[in-house]
Design a protein around this ligand. Structure first.
Ligand code: NAP
Length: 616
């Protein structure tokens, strides 16, 4: 690193090369040859799948009818699609979900401490439209879930819904200009349009550790919390664990919220950690009623946009959200780089600019580590909890009670990078050749991300001329705007597919919902039945992806500590975050969609009536 820059920004003696070497060493000891092999994606999941909140599905008659739009998945994405389609005058909207209610993430995740750490005022959808203001800056699970139900009520989305229902087949029928849908409840019905909103992180994964089925203690995934066993509620008080030794595998955002409650309740808690999370202050607070009363129509959108602009490195007059996200992720602006150049008396070259960005992040990293060292009193435990990677490499966590929980005498951390969990036994887990006895193991091991679309949805749409989506997307997704794919007419895919991801993913889902509702209403208003991407439309969007995926950006991620974000150290995997992502950023992506709608030419799409011949 250039010494002038270093002198200007870092304390004396700050050794960037040494720190970079530690980052590399810590990364390398976590990379596994099998990539995500430490996660067991599906095998054995059936034993854990049962819904502890609702139990077995309620009996009902199968449906054999016709709807305008079927929306698969009733989480934020599906509800937003439903709401925007309703606004566009669509009559029969059928939400389909395996859960017993709407809510998606906020239906399934009922673990103690469940909370959203993106500010509720920008994360909870449709606040303006429903006239609701969350009670806290960071709402807890029950309030988030209740709001999803409020949306479904408001937009009358329960009317045609099929809950506790799993889609099994989705088949295009050209003659009927729509999709035939079959489910595990014997339904077989027709939908003119289909929206797949299955969620980005919805299919739970188990740790890839042998012998899970041998363990005779209690074991469950955080998204299926077993309150019958633990007692208590999302607010804690897990009285059932008072005389229990509990293990938890995983230290991501879920575990960070769960651990303080387990630590408070269990006789002993052992945290099995592969990679420590960055944990910064939460600073939650109740909503100021005066502020809530002062909000003018359009406030939520302005707040969302302000957040995204700040995270995208644009200067804005004010930081409305003003929290740890905007502090941590605020990109270094060109203006700031120019100012540093002025102080040095010359313009920074591109390599120096990258050095500045890296250095600023390293200085942040020092602050995270200092917080741990000053909070956790046992130096060995504190050392085990130190994160050694750039901030963007893993999703940071926000909590005020997580680190102090490690000061309790009943809490222990096991670093699985040096003391791997070899296998489950009947009574616990084997580590370093010895059995660690456990009454209960909590699996905070997250959800599938970089697997194929088929694996994540659990079905494989069959499009025009019998083409399977899994074949079409074998080398990764091919779409226009991430939403529509050639050979799959009248089908929309929401989520992280060839679009810009965003920390506040609700914002991205809102843009997708607005866009697909626009396309559906244009097909109707122009008197057509079918809309399909043209080969050229798809090819142009693909080159747009390639154009924005810079080598430097990919390298930056490849060097990260392994996680689902960088395909466990392989950013080029067909379904990694990067092969799926529009690299031009959220602002540019949204602008592209808005310009496309304003132009009105439906560029890249063909509108038609049912075909009688081969369209290929
Ligand atoms: P996650 O972020 O994927 O974390 C899973 C954890 O399990 C990681 O610490 C992982 O270690 C660990 N792990 C997996 N297999 C393991 C094994 N065999 N041995 C040891 N450790 C193992 O999952 P999550 O915490 O459930 O979060 C899921 C998603 O929801 C994330 O995107 C998260 O940010 C989000 N979330 C958000 C909020 C919110 O407030 N908005 C709250 C909770 C969750 P490695 O990291 O080393 O792979």
């Amino acid at each position: 690193m250039n010494n002038d820059v270093l002198k200007l920004l870092a304390p004396q003696g700050f050794d960037t090369d040494a720190l970079r070497a530690v980052y590399e060493r810590e990364r390398d000891r976590r990379v596994r040859p099998g990539g995500a092999g430490h996660r067991r994606i599906t095998a054995g999941w059936e034993a854990f799948e049962k819904d502890p909140a609702a139990g077995d599905p309620v009996a009902r008659e199968p449906r054999h009818d016709v709807v305008d739009v079927a929306v698969i998945g009733a989480g934020h994405g599906g509800l937003l699609a439903g709401a925007k389609l309703r606004d566009a005058g669509v009559e029969r909207i059928r939400m389909i979900d395996t859960a017993a209610d709407v809510g998606g993430t906020w239906y399934w995740n009922r673990y103690p401490g469940v909370q959203c750490d993106v500010e509720s005022y920008i994360y909870m959808p449709l606040l303006d439209e429903l006239g609701y203001v969350p009670t806290e800056k960071y709402a807890y699970g029950p309030e988030l879930f209740a709001h999803t139900r409020r949306i479904a009520e408001h937009y009358d989305l329960y009317r045609d819904a099929l809950l506790q229902t799993k889609l099994t087949e989705l088949t295009w029928q050209e003659e009927q200009a729509g999709w035939e849908i079959a489910t595990d409840r014997g339904d077989r019905f027709h939908a003119r349009f289909v929206v797949i909103a299955n969620g980005n992180l919805s299919r739970p994964q188990l740790p890839g550790i042998e012998g899970l089925a041998d363990f005779r203690g209690r074991v469950f995934h955080t998204s299926r919390w077993d309150y019958d066993y633990t007692g208590g509620s999302t607010a804690g008080d897990l009285d059932g664990l008072r005389d229990k030794t509990v293990g938890i595998i995983g230290t991501g955002a879920t575990a960070v919220q769960v651990v303080p409650h387990l630590a408070e309740a269990a006789e002993k808690l052992i945290v099995f950690q592969r990679t420590p999370s960055v944990v910064v202050p939460r600073n939650n607070r109740p909503t100021d009623p005066e502020w809530a009363a002062s909000l003018k129509p359009g406030w939520q959108r302005k707040r969302m946009e302000n957040f995204t602009r700040i995270l995208s490195g644009e200067l804005d007059d004010v930081d409305r959200v003003h929290d740890s996200w905007t502090e941590l992720y605020r990109a270094v602006t060109e203006e700031e780089l120019a100012k540093i150049g002025q102080e040095l008396g010359r313009e920074l070259d591109p390599a120096e600019k990258r050095d500045v960005v890296e250095l600023i992040d390293m200085l942040k990293g020092e602050r995270f580590r200092d917080r741990i060292r000053s909070t956790v009193s046992d130096p060995e435990t504190a050392a085990a909890l130190l994160p050694w990677y750039q901030t963007h490499c893993k999703r940071p966590c926000f909590h005020d009670e997580y680190l102090p929980a490690f000061n309790r005498p009943n809490v222990e951390v096991v670093d699985t990078a040096t003391h791997p969990v070899r296998r489950f036994t009947e009574t616990g887990v084997e580590v370093d050749g010895k059995v660690v006895e456990l009454d209960c193991m909590v699996l905070a091991t997250g959800f599938e991300v970089a697997t194929s679309y088929r694996s994540q949805t659990g079905f494989d749409p069959v499009g025009r001329d019998g083409v399977h989506l899994s074949e079409r997307w074998q080398e990764g997704p091919r779409t226009l705007h991430g939403l529509q794919s050639r050979s799959f007419p009248n089908l929309f895919t929401m989520g992280i597919i060839q679009n810009a991801s965003s920390i506040n993913f609700t914002e991205m889902l809102t843009h997708q919902a607005v866009h697909l509702a626009h396309v559906v209403s244009q097909v109707r208003d122009r008197g057509y039945e079918i809309v399909e991407v043209t080969p050229d439309g798809e090819a142009r969007w693909r080159s747009e992806m390639v154009e924005h995926a810079t080598e430097a950006e990919l390298k930056r991620w490849q060097e990260c500590t392994p996680s689902y974000i960088n395909g466990e150290g392989n950013v080029a995997a067909p379904f990694s975050f990067f092969t799926r992502k529009f690299g031009g950023g959220t602002l540019k992506f949204v602008q592209i969609l808005e310009d496309w709608r304003a132009a009105g030419s439906m560029d890249g799409l063909e509108l038609r009536h049912p075909a009688r011949g081969d369209l290929r």
